[in-house]
Design a protein around this ligand. Structure first.
Ligand code: A2H
Length: 262
């Protein structure tokens, strides 16, 4: 990784319907008129049209943090502290002077959220997408929440393929992992679904093939950025290089997301 912090775009994915386990835990702790958001951090804002689910680490501990009377975020405590420190959130009157003062309203392992229905801004799946488990999510990076774009992320593609194959083992409904994969951008080398193309070409069999996935991720990232053309959204037909920052600004200005450094 380069010098200095990574500048992510964090997206706000609003909860529409909790999983039964999360519903029981939040009961009476969050006002009915408040919105709760999962806040995945991404380096590929231009791909957000293709979100098909959102991942949490099943064994990672998450908090639901009060940002204001009307807004709560689901993320790791580490990320909430970073956000508070960056000064953009959390009622300044309540700005914690000490990490210990930043208390979650509710704490749960990622597994408890699996099945929660959320609204993913920009996603062409407008009826909503599900929270699903991803074993390779790192608690030490970003917000600990990862939005899933299987058209362009080899990790995401490998994970949903695994989840659909072993739905029972992962305690999910198979169809949650089988939402249509939407082509978001096109490249000369890998076509319209670069992640699938690379995973199949490199014979990547599991989300745990980390060396191969790292290589696939690098190839998809570079080809997409330098040679990609947008297929969907307001900037369809434009180069990814140009659209990337435009989509990001749109997300920041609409309030569907915020800048987050880590
Ligand atoms: B990216 P970097 Cl379409 N654990 O977003 C594991 N992975 C994480 C994470 C965590 N705690 N937090 C963020 N990430 C993922 C989209 C995407 C991403 C596409 C293609 C490639 C890609 C949709 N998932 O990442 O280590 C997030 O997935 C490859 C660069 O900071 C985030 O962007 O470079 C990316 O890793 C950040 O990785």
């Amino acid at each position: 990784e380069g010098v200095g912090p990574t500048e992510y775009t964090a997206l706000k994915l609003k909860v529409k319907e909790w999983s039964s386990e999360a519903a029981a835990a939040v009961e009476g702790k969050i006002p009915a008129d408040a919105s709760v958001y999962f806040v995945p951090a991404t380096l590929r804002p231009e791909t957000m049209y293709g979100q098909t689910c959102c991942f949490v680490g099943p064994a990672i501990k998450y908090g639901i943090f009060k940002v204001s009377d009307k807004e709560y975020f689901v993320c790791t405590k580490r990320a909430a502290w970073n956000m508070a420190f960056q000064g953009k959130f959390f009622d300044l009157d309540n700005f914690p002077k000490d990490q210990k003062e930043l208390e979650a309203v509710v704490e749960l392992p990622g597994s408890a959220f699996v099945g929660t229905l959320i609204n993913a801004p920009l996603s062409l799946h407008e009826q909503g997408v599900r929270i699903l488990p991803m074993d390779t999510v790192l608690a030490s990076k970003g917000t600990g929440v990862v939005t899933c774009v299987p058209s362009d992320s080899p990790d995401d593609f490998a994970t949903i393929r695994e989840l659909a194959k072993k739905a029972e083992y992962y305690k999910i409904q198979k169809e949650w992992a089988e939402l249509e994969i939407i082509p978001v951008l096109e490249t000369p080398a890998y076509g319209k679904l670069s992640a699938q193309h690379l995973v199949e070409k490199m014979k990547i069999n599991s989300p745990k093939d980390d060396k191969q996935l790292a290589e696939a991720k690098d190839l998809a990232y570079k080809e997409g950025f330098y040679n990609g053309t947008m297929l969907v959204g307001e900037f369809a037909g434009q180069k990814v290089q140009d659209a990337k920052e435009k989509v990001r600004q749109q997300i920041l200005q609409s309030g569907d997301g915020f800048a987050f450094a880590d």
